[in-house]
Design a protein around this ligand. Sequence first.
Ligand SMILES: [Zn+2]
Length: 168
Amino acid sequence: MSSAIYKYCPVCSAPLAEKHIYHALRLVCSACDFIFFLEPKVVTVVVVEHVGKLLLGRRNIDPCKGLWSFFSGYMERGEKVELAAVREVKEETNLDVRLENLIGIYSEEDNPHVVIAYQASVIDNDVSAMAAQPDEVSELAFFAPEMVPPLAFPIDTDIFRDWQSTQR
Ligand SMILES: [Zn+2]
């Protein structure tokens, strides 16, 4: 990922310049000592299982609006990753879930995203409070694993495959 989208030092507003420092090309301030370390972004994805079915949300935002996906979102800086995962499900479905297993951790070269995928269950199996939060999803539905529709992102498909490999 190019770092050239950042032009000015966030500390002193002087121009940034690319320099090879600490084993990589980084943006360094031309006036003060600031080094702009561009960090990875952590995304949590949650596969919610309920009585043998998987809960999916139909995306109400682009990209991939209208397609089905697992529940995902960015972890906040300073947040605990497990709590971020649970929070995202709550925000999209109004359900309280408990994380059961780590499905996998996914990253690729030149992509700032690190995806951490969990399998979760609904606390007390109580789905009475379930409601799609229209800011993010237009519809929620349970699918038997063999009926899962085409998923929004390649990462969803990878996670679904890896979740299936844990099932016996
Ligand atoms: Zn500076």
